[in-house]
Design a protein around this ligand. Structure first.
Ligand code: DX5
Ligand code: ZN
Length: 215
């Protein structure tokens, strides 16, 4: 089944509780954390995740776009994240390992993320150990950007790795996913779709979620 994860980056932050209710028919809630270093933008942090945890029972899929994420794993886990995903470009391999170990200790699900420039092979040392691999189909940092079609072969390749090495691992795609691009990423092997503008920019978010699911 394809899971839909609306990104609250496109929501009205002044009314976040209501914005979360508007997408309650979705499967996961995607939360974009940006530190102004790993990406130029600054979005939200630990206190907001804590408030979201009180506002909803939805699965909180927290995408950490931060340098050396090992420093913040405990804080985001304690705030109530269900899954934390970290960028492979955000630290050296020992730092990535340490962050994944910290997630294990906290009992949260573990994800790794690839920027568009990063090759599919980069996931190989981690595939067996993670619950999710996230392929970015825009440069991370902002919502509302154009889907990068050149990432489709990478999604296909990672789907093959997952089938061979860890079939339970989820394959998520983030960036420019809308009713036109969703079928392409599903066809390539994705099973979790993040969508910011396509859901929050729609008149009826529940309808947009249904369309993205292919129903
Ligand atoms: C971008 C974020 C995305 C973003 C997606 O750095 O990781 O989650 O919110 O927004 P859309 O769906 O509008 O591309
Ligand atoms: Zn994201």
């Amino acid at each position: 089944m394809t899971l839909i994860a609306p990104s609250i980056l496109s929501a009205d932050f002044a009314d976040l509780g209501r914005e979360v209710q508007r997408v309650s028919s979705a499967d996961w809630l995607h939360v974009d954390v940006m530190d102004g270093m790993f990406v130029s933008n600054i979005s939200i942090g630990v206190p907001v995740v804590k408030s979201l945890r009180k506002a909803t029972d939805m699965f909180l899929d927290v995408h950490l776009m931060i340098e050396k994420p090992v420093r913040y794993i405990d804080a985001f886990a304690d705030a109530g994240a269900d899954l934390l995903s970290i960028h492979l470009e955000a630290d050296m391999p020992p730092g990535i390992r340490a962050a994944l170990d910290a997630m294990d200790k906290k009992g949260v699900k573990k994800g790794i993320v690839l920027r568009p420039i990063t090759a599919a092979e980069a996931v190989l040392p981690y595939v067996k150990d993670v619950d999710l691999i996230l392929v970015m189909t825009v440069e991370p940092g902002f919502g509302g950007q154009k889907f990068m079609t050149d990432q489709l072969p990478k999604i296909q390749k990672i789907r093959q790795y997952i089938q061979e090495l860890n079939p339970d691992c989820r394959l998520e795609v983030d960036g420019g996913v809308d009713p036109k691009t969703a079928p392409l990423v599903v066809e390539a092997g994705a099973d979790v779709l993040v969508a910011g503008s396509a859901v929050y920019g729609a008149k009826d978010p529940a309808e947009a979620i249904r369309i993205l699911r292919g129903q």
